[in-house]
Design a binder for this molecule. Structure first.
Ligand code: FES
Length: 116
């Protein structure tokens, strides 16, 4: 099997570009700005690198733009440019989620052989 190489990275941010949570397409515009806004956090050889992605739907379909950061499992809604800037600086850059804007977080599901 021909396996691709993966450069180290710390987090992955997804922005929904779908029309149901965000009929005005603001999520797509935020995503278009993301590479520039990430700066050094987006550089390929940075071990703290943040990968970015967009999705046609993140399964929420309300109160967008929806943004989720993994592996933290932290979800933000109604993200505008000012909030995205804070997410980049405080959460992606310093590891501190923007608590007042978090509307959901994934449960800690540390793997156990007892969990199915
Ligand atoms: S269209 Fe954005 S979450 Fe479904």
């Amino acid at each position: 099997m021909d396996v691709p190489e993966m450069a180290p990275y710390a987090r992955h941010i997804f922005i929904c570009s779908g029309p149901f949570c965000d009929p005005e397409g603001k999520g797509s515009r935020l995503y278009a700005q993301l590479a520039h806004k990430l700066g050094a956090l987006g550089e390929y050889d940075n071990p703290q690198r943040v990968k970015r992605g967009t999705s046609p739907c993140l399964g929420v379909c309300h109160s967008g733009p929806i943004v989720v950061v993994y592996p933290d499992g932290i979800w933000y809604c109604q993200v505008n440019e000012a909030l995205l800037d804070r997410i980049i600086e405080e959460h992606l850059g310093n590891g501190q989620p923007v608590e007042e804007a978090v509307y959901h977080r994934l449960e800690d599901r540390t793997y156990s052989s007892d969990v199915r």
